[in-house]
Design a protein around this ligand. Structure first.
Ligand SMILES: CC(C)(COP(=O)(O)OP(=O)(O)OC[C@H]1O[C@@H](n2cnc3c(N)ncnc32)[C@H](O)[C@@H]1OP(=O)(O)O)[C@@H](O)C(=O)NCCC(=O)NCCS
Length: 182
């Protein structure tokens, strides 16, 4: 549990629990409807609730974010979202900092994310990366995405890019990573 003071309202982050699922869903869904975030169904949120951190202001959940672990070489920040009326009050920063700390607790050496909001994450210390340097992510999610070869998200990382980028290949999926947009 962490407390941050923004210029406006104090923010507290904590691990999410199942009773948070409805509010997490309510926060993410409008951004999914507008194409900003990937949709997350209620069953999917329940299954992955232990990945999630929530941010509270005045005892109300106002933001969420998740950390997906691939291994000590890589973890991914996903589903970062803040209620529209609480944007700009330090909630997004508190969520990212909590997830960065969580990744450190697991000794993760590289943290990645895919975003259309690179300015925010760049401000918090992430740098732009090549998506082919993150094969775990490509083979987990991107291969099922209709935008695979024309992705409009920017890959970003914090930490060391996994050294063995030619390591994991799912033999059932033959997509040469060099064909992907950088
Ligand atoms: C992106 C989002 C999570 C940011 O959350 P937020 O609570 O508004 O951000 P914060 O108030 O914590 O801002 C933290 C810092 O980032 C800066 N910042 C915020 N948005 C920024 C942007 N788009 N570009 C550059 N800097 C930005 C702020 O100025 C602030 O700087 P400071 O702490 O040095 O003063 C929020 O706008 C959101 O939910 N957007 C919709 C969903 C989304 O796009 N999620 C990310 C997709 S991966």
């Amino acid at each position: 549990m962490h407390n941050y003071s923004s210029t406006k309202i104090s923010v507290r982050t904590r691990q999410a629990v199942l009773p948070d699922v409805a509010q997490i869903h309510a926060i993410i869904q409008p951004y999914a409807d507008s194409g900003t975030l990937l949709p997350r169904s209620v069953p999917e949120l329940c299954e992955n609730i232990r990945d999630f951190v929530v941010a509270e202001q005045e005892d109300r959940v106002v933001g969420c974010g998740a950390l997906h672990l691939y291994g000590m070489h890589l973890a991914e920040i996903r589903s970062i979202a803040v209620l529209p009326d609480r944007k700009g009050t330090g909630v997004g920063r508190a969520l990212v900092e909590a997830l960065v700390e969580e990744s450190r607790r697991h000794h993760v050496t590289c943290l990645c994310l895919f975003t259309r909001t690179p300015g925010f994450f760049g401000h918090l210390g992430f740098t732009v990366a090549r998506r082919q340097d993150l094969p775990d992510k490509i083979y987990k999610d991107c291969v099922c995405c209709p935008k695979l070869m024309d992705c409009d998200e920017i890959a970003m990382v914090m930490g060391e890019i996994p050294a063995n980028t030619n390591g994991f290949r799912d033999p059932r999926i033959a997509i040469p990573l060099v064909q992907l947009k950088p």
